[in-house]
Design a protein around this ligand. Structure first.
Ligand code: GTP
Ligand code: MG
Length: 560
């Protein structure tokens, strides 16, 4: 099915170039495919940050502006890759990545404002490409444009996705398809790191060492297309060494640290709203436990939650990243459970008394620490015991975030343990079964020990925060929501067992589609039969060289 689905993307017009197209798609497809290439979380973050610093975002008329933009940009440096995307409107944008950061300085040095009386004249890597005076010749043969991606943020419609899942060979196959098709793509990651860079650069005058760290699903390797961007700002963490004699003058901190953070966040909210292109719908939520500023970056299409005092959340994302890297079944399993929970209405984008994606992810990871016959991932205590001196991290708030960060070391350790060889679908079914019978009333979930422990205090659902063990990450979950969760675990276990095989000839729901869609269809009073829509013919990601050669007849132009 996977092969069929891939073929389906590749329309007849570029079948002759199939291998190149597949390679192109492969390279640009999902972050998660690429993640296996990184030896640590830090390396992944630094690679993404460096890509962002070497990139500009240019609004263009359409994807057909790419060759002209390429020719124009080549005057200022070496263009390494171009990534076209669309946002509702529709408006078209291209991320142009250059070979060096100096190339970007050069481009920005040669860019200008249109009318400084009419606009706030901010300089940033967010630009638009105005129509050339006189007809600009397209001098670059399209085949010479390096890695080029078109419509890279286009996620499949639910109809497409469910028709692929329906046609899959097994539930394990469905889980892999879901993971491949809905995970955050490499382009999605670029857009989020560029959004982070914008706020960093805006504040870099007084704080030249400022860092905006993405955390949460953008970087923990469980992100989906269109996930939000959680950001934490760190102004400067370097203190003077003992032999350093020149010390910066600086304002004193207010005695109440929280009030100071609220004031700073308010000001940053104003800067976003008044000065930064694309930042819209700025909301200041300063009374929350962690004060945040929310905004939408309209040029990247990313929803942002910005905070200043939450560095432990970055290390929590790193911990999830490490556990997701241990075994290739972890990420598809988490993705399947998160999708199921969303579809049956257990999770909700707004915060409330229901379980969050974060808590749900911890439930899956905890289950994998005790899966039978052997665990799939190690306990958190084991990761701590394997930490080297370089892994020791204690945040300024005093949270101990020490654990092993070398992915190879963790894999090596797991290779020496008895191997769990369960199929993905068996892990999914057993996950539901495990929590059907879990004693939530008297037990808490502890990823540190990988075992249930007696509840330290009353709460409907108690998941010990692995980094701050006195805290319950699912404190918000009400008794009613826990009951709903239990019922849905039971329903899912039952439906998966009953519909684990694809029906021969019939159009009934089965596997993942059955557990995700059946309650919705039943609620609407429809029966649970499912007629898959016809597979679409339109390729989702194009190989642009071929596309242009046909559509614009570039070959003819060149011949002439
Ligand atoms: P999405 O739903 O895709 O955004 O998943 P997410 O993992 O990004 O979740 P969310 O945006 O709600 O939270 C971002 C990060 O903040 C999480 O990954 C955690 O690291 C952290 N976080 C969220 N909720 C809690 C909580 O209740 N307690 C603690 N300690 N950390 C939390
Ligand atoms: Mg998030």
């Amino acid at each position: 099915v996977l092969t069929k689905r891939k073929e389906h993307f590749i329309s007849a017009r570029w079948k002759s170039e199939k291998s190149r197209v597949e390679q192109n798609n492969q390279e640009t497809r999902t972050v998660n495919n690429e993640l296996s290439g990184f030896s640590s979380f830090e390396e992944m973050i630094e690679t993404r940050r460096s890509e962002a610093r070497k990139s500009i975002v240019v609004q263009v008329h359409s994807e057909q502006s790419c060759p002209e933009l390429y020719s124009y940009c080549c005057q200022f440096g070496t263009v390494k890759s171009m990534h076209h995307y669309t946002l509702p409107g529709p408006s078209h944008y291209v991320i142009v990545e250059f070979g060096k950061e100096e190339d970007v300085y050069n481009v920005l040095h040669n860019s200008g404002h249109l009318d400084t009386n009419q606009i706030v004249p901010v300089r940033s890597p967010f630009l638009w490409f105005r129509i050339g005076r006189g007809k600009m010749k397209m001098e670059t043969p399209l085949s010479k444009i390096p890695l080029l991606e078109i419509d890279g943020n286009n996620s499949p419609s639910n109809d497409d996705l469910y028709s692929w899942l329906h046609a899959a060979e097994s539930v394990s196959d469905q889980m892999r398809i879901l993971h491949e098709e809905t995970s955050l793509t490499s382009l999605g990651s670029r857009l989020r790191f560029l959004t982070a860079l914008q706020i960093e650069q805006a504040l870099s005058g007084p704080f030249p060492r400022i860092k905006a760290y993405p955390f949460g699903s953008t970087v923990n390797s469980f992100g989906k297309m269109n996930c939000d961007l959680d950001l934490v700002l760190e102004l400067d963490k370097e203190e003077a060494s003992s032999d350093c004699r020149l010390i910066f003058h600086a304002k004193n901190s207010l005695t109440n640290g929280r009030t100071q953070v609220q004031r700073h966040m308010e000001t940053i909210g104003d800067i976003c709203q008044l000065f930064l292109p694309g930042c819209a719908n700025v909301r200041r939520i300063l009374q929350a436990r962690v004060p945040i500023v929310k905004y939408r970056q309209e040029l990247t299409g990313v929803e942002c939650d910005l905070s200043m005092t939450n560095m432990s959340a970055v290390y929590m994302s790193e911990l999830l990243f490490v556990l997701g890297s241990v075994d290739k079944r972890v990420r598809p399993l988490v993705q399947a459970v998160r999708t199921w929970a969303r579809d049956v209405g257990l999770t909700n984008p707004t915060p409330g008394r229901w379980i969050t994606n974060f808590s749900l992810t911890l439930l899956v990871l905890f289950y994998l620490q005790q899966s039978l016959p052997h665990p799939v991932i190690p306990t958190f205590n084991k990761l701590i015991s394997m930490a080297s001196a370089a892994d020791k991290i204690i945040t300024t708030e005093g949270v101990n975030c020490t654990f092993v960060r070398d992915l190879k070391a963790v894999k090596k350790y797991m290779d020496r343990q008895p191997k769990n060889t369960e199929l993905l679908e068996d892990l999914l079914l057993k996950f539901f079964e495990y929590y059907c019978t879990f004693d939530f009333g008297s037990h808490a979930i502890s990823l540190a020990t990988g075992t249930p422990i007696p509840k330290p205090e009353h709460a409907a659902l108690y998941i010990v925060n692995p980094l701050e063990r006195g805290l319950n990450v699912s404190k918000n979950v009400s008794l009613e929501e826990l009951e709903r969760l239990r019922i849905e675990f039971r329903n899912a276990a039952w439906a998966l067992e009953a519909y684990i095989k694809q029906p021969t000839g019939g159009g009934e729901l089965w596997g993942l589609v059955a557990i995700c869609q059946a309650p919705k269809l039943q609620a609407k009073g429809k029966n649970v039969f499912y007629i898959p829509p016809k597979l679409t013919e339109k390729p989702r990601r194009f190989n642009v060289q071929e596309l242009f050669e046909e559509d614009l007849n570039v070959k003819d132009v060149h011949e002439k």
